[in-house]
Design a binder for this molecule. Structure first.
Ligand code: SF4
Length: 884
């Protein structure tokens, strides 16, 4: 009998509900859960492709010690011994955990309990440090607690939605769809996008403010100064519920308008229009994300935004409030259990002796960390200088995602004892582990996650655990037991969640925001049946609201909010040697370091290689063609990626995605270029304002290849792999010419020695094509030229699954172009229906002049909607050309 399981998407912080269906043959399909309040049935391209990412290819099946298969007992005993030895010899601060917003709350809870309550150190930090720790710090400064005041519904109810440092269309696509639908239904709603780039999010914007990198504090200070002179200020709210307005206003108003324009890079009119819009619109929601957080002034940016909402009392009411959007599926759950090095469990403060005593009594633990531990950048510096003797990394890939990533890799390589828990056998980080532990993946693990609007949902298992993979909480509890600690006798995640809920309510008289005491007595049946719910959910009846702070009641001891006087910091980083500003971020169809989304051919077809967005004038001055390669360099590292020349990019700025790594490209770990520069309050790295040099990468030969087997690496001076239907697609470039291409192909694509190539070479143009067949099947083909190769790529990829019985078909392949009457679909735009750019252009030329008409003709954009902005751009581009 087919089964259907309600679970939650494991990617972004929207936290969409998913229904996973397993049919009689064991085939899995997914659809959005119409009853889940985060998405009401919608899924984006990544969520829709979840079933394509759950195969066991590349999975880690068994524990390994020093690269050899080991038993669980052997691995866990070794870990307990090595961690205990380090603590005995060098003290509790000589060990560290580096965990992840990908962990479930139950995993996170046990990790935090073990480190802070039993090891007695707070050296547990998480990749959420890189994502939203500035929001945490800003919330705590202003509210006295890490509280997100509003709900997703507010984004639909607002009359003005400001998106600052948030490419919502690509990074929180379902929330973007909810916003776009609300605006379509209520065209009077205004959307302002504040971003140095004109991202796809700006597609629905009434105003795009192309702010200078890190100009946000100046902009929101300017707004506060403007509001203070207007009637938008809520004097009653200020007097009753806040402190510190005068100082914040004095600091904000000390900046001249000229300085404001200079710091933001914005024109006088656009600044005035934005200020006037905010002033006259009561229902304002300001959403912010990594563009705000990933900055050396991230916490100040958050407080500059919060100041404006506090000053107008526009907080915690329908359609109003500041809104931090978290990047990861369980960043919020991690915050709830105290997964950051400077927090204690259940939103309690590590600095508070009362809170420490309370948590220690609740846990019955022998000790409790009495000061903040090492935050991510400091933690890896401590690994590098030898202070950390044993390190456990769970569900994250710091060799790719940490700033100064090459130095982080060197530190991990030199660490005396490194454990990595992961689902994949080979990652950039896992290759340096002394002990590798196989974890459960999405669909196999069981627990809870919390999304950006404080909604806790179940991730449920619907697949068996592969081989010996085990839950992360189980791994942690086993090590704790073997280290001699009591309090880790869990047998199910239900018991852990119940304990977590009980701690949230323990001696909580309303002075702590996080309270889910209603779930403290939950048993297996209740846990299994748990519906998504928003906290607070205290045990006692009474509190019904899902929003915070409309009537004050903040969490500072006097229950008042604090204005924070913030001063714009120096933001200029460029120099003569490093004249460009690098901004890193996400793309629509990949997630983090591609260990899961990189498995989907559909997702990989949208953007198949790492790229750098350059402004056309910058590209021209650099001598970079639109499909050329560029070398990017900072004092910390370098990368080689494809140039994507676009007017969407501001001059002097370069955008590069953070996903690519050594498993998918020759040299594209972009965080290797990012310096370990952090926000002084939150410790969050500044990943969006990096001074770099850009120059053309000189290649003597460019190539494109398809192969049914994953190619060996390194293949060339530049290479980038992407999963394709039936095999792999590969972009190539060579600094020097290879002497024997047939031998190179045999080696690169693991071809049988007796398979002879079909091909041609043109000495004059330098073009070379080689294809290898076995029976009716194409094994591999490579297309080489002195310029970036003009091959119908998606068509060439489709040949991996085509039959090549006759010679004519084989020669067509070698020509690199489909025959007459078989059009090339072009680069994929709509991943859900695999619709390419050429098909959309043909539809527009055939009379489809709107996104809706294209959707009717080709289905493109009619499922998840994530590609609608790109379709609109293509339609408008075609219509403009036709009109000229
Ligand atoms: S928006 Fe997309 S990636 Fe994010 S939770 Fe929903 S389906 Fe998953």
């Amino acid at each position: 009998m087919p089964t259907e399981t309600k679970t939650t998407c494991p990617y972004c912080g929207v936290g969409c509900g998913v229904i996973a269906r397993v049919d009689d043959e064991g085939v899995v399909s997914v659809k959005g859960d119409p009853d889940h309040p985060a998405n009401f049935g919608r899924l984006c391209s990544k969520g829709s492709a979840l079933a394509e990412t759950i195969d066991l290819d590349g999975r880690l099946h068994h524990p390994e010690i020093a690269g050899e298969r080991a038993g669980w007992d052997e691995a866990l005993d070794l870990m307990a011994q090595r961690f205990s030895d380090a603590i005995a010899e060098h003290g509790p601060d000589s060990v560290a955990f580096y965990v992840s917003g990908q962990l479930l709350t139950e995993d996170y809870y046990v990790a935090n309990k073990l480190m802070k309550g039993f090891v007695g150190s707070a050296n547990i930090d998480t990749n959420s440090r890189l994502c939203m720790s500035s929001s945490v710090a800003g919330h705590r400064r202003a509210f006295g607690s890490d509280t997100v005041p509003g709900c997703y519904e507010d984004i639909e109810l607002a009359d003005l939605v400001i998106l600052t440092g948030s490419n919502l269309a690509w990074c929180h696509p379902v929330l973007y769809q909810r916003l776009a639908a609300a605006k379509a239904a209520r065209p009077g709603m205004k959307v302002v996008v504040i971003d140095p780039r004109r991202t796809m999010t700006a597609d629905i914007a009434d105003m795009h403010l192309a702010i200078r990198p890190d100009g946000d504090v100046a902009l929101f200070n300017g707004l506060l100064a403007h509001l203070a002179k207007s009637t938008a200020i809520d004097e009653n709210y200020l007097a009753a519920h806040t402190m510190g307005f005068a100082a914040a206003f004095a600091t904000a108003s000390s900046m001249t308008f000229t300085e404001l324009m200079d710091r933001t890079g914005l024109g006088a009119n656009e600044i005035r229009q934005f200020f006037a819009l905010f002033e006259r619109t009561e229902k304002v929601v300001t959403c912010y994300s990594q563009g705000v957080n990933q900055s050396s002034s991230g916490t100040d940016k958050v407080n500059a935004i919060l100041n404006c909402h506090l000053a107008t009392g526009r907080i915690g009411r329908h359609g109003m409030g500041p809104f931090s959007l978290t990047g990861q599926p369980n960043a919020m759950g991690g915050r709830e259990v105290g997964g950051l090095a400077n927090m204690l469990a259940a939103h309690m403060a590590i600095e508070s002796a009362d809170d420490r005593d309370r948590v220690q009594r609740f846990w019955g633990s022998p000790t409790i960390a009495d000061r903040p531990g090492l935050k991510a950048v400091d933690l890896f510096e401590a690994v590098a200088d030898g202070r950390i003797k044993a390190l456990w990394i769970m569900a994250t890939n710091p060799v790719v995602s940490m700033p100064d990533a090459d130095a982080v890799e060197a530190a991990i390589r030199a660490c005396p004892f490194v454990v990595v828990s992961d689902v994949m056998k080979t990652t950039d980080t896992a290759r340096h582990a002394h002990v590798l532990l196989p974890s459960l993946g999405w669909g196999e693990k069981d627990g809870t996650v919390t999304n950006s609007e404080r909604r806790i949902s179940r991730q449920r298992s619907f697949l068996p655990a592969p081989s010996e993979a085990r839950a992360d909480w189980w791994q942690l509890a086993e090590v704790a037991r073997r280290m001699g600690f009591l309090g880790f006798e869990y047998t199910t995640p239900t018991e852990i969640f119940a304990e977590h809920a009980a701690l949230s309510a323990f001696e909580n008289d309303g002075s702590r925001d996080f309270d889910i005491g209603a779930y403290a007595g939950i048993g297996p049946a209740g846990y299994e049946a748990m519906m998504p719910f928003q906290w607070p959910a205290p045990a006692q009846e009474g509190r019904k609201t899902t929003r915070f702070f409309a009537n004050g009641h903040f969490y500072h001891p006097d229950r008042k909010a604090r204005f924070i006087a913030v001063t714009p910091a120096e933001t200029e980083r460029t120099s003569v040697d490093y004249p460009f500003t690098l901004n890193t971020g996400r793309i629509r169809d990949q997630w983090h370091t591609m260990t899961r989304t990189g498995k989907s051919a559909r997702l990989s077809a949208h953007i198949a290689e790492p790229f750098a967005e350059l402004h056309p004038r910058d590209a021209r001055e650099l001598g970079v063609g639109s499909a050329g390669l560029v070398e990017l360099e900072s004092p910390h590292g370098m990368a080689v990626v494809r140039a994507l020349v676009t007017e969407r990019q501001a001059r002097g700025n370069v955008f590069v995605p953070m996903h690519w790594n050594d498993q998918f490209a020759a040299k594209a770990r972009i965080d290797a270029l990012v310096p370990p520069l952090i926000d002084r309050v939150s410790g969050q790295p500044a990943s969006k304002n990096v001074a770099i040099a850009v120059r053309p990468f000189s290649a003597s030969l460019y190539g494109f290849a398809v192969s049914i087997a994953r190619p060996a690496s390194p293949l060339a001076d530049y290479w980038a792999l992407a999963k394709a239907e039936g095999g792999w697609r590969i972009e190539l470039a060579f600094a020097s010419v290879v002497a024997d291409w047939t031998a190179w192909c045999r080696d690169a694509f693991a071809l049988p020695a007796d398979v002879e190539p079909l091909g041609y070479a043109d000495r004059q143009t330098g073009d070379l094509r080689l294809a290898f067949f076995e029976g009716d099947r194409l094994l591999a083909a490579v297309f080489l030229a002195r310029q970036p190769v003009a091959v119908a790529r998606n068509w060439a990829v489709s040949q991996l699954t085509a039959e090549h019985g006759n010679l004519r078909k084989r020669f067509t392949l070698v020509a690199g172009r489909p025959g007459a009457g078989k059009p090339d679909p072009g680069a994929t735009v709509c991943s859900c229906f695999s619709v390419g750019v050429n098909q959309i252009i043909t539809a527009v030329r055939g009379g489809c002049q709107t996104v809706e008409a294209v959707g009717k003709e080709l289905d493109a954009g009619t499922n998840c909607g994530s590609c609608r902005a790109e379709i609109r751009e293509i339609v408008e581009g075609c219509l403009t050309v036709a009109a000229e």
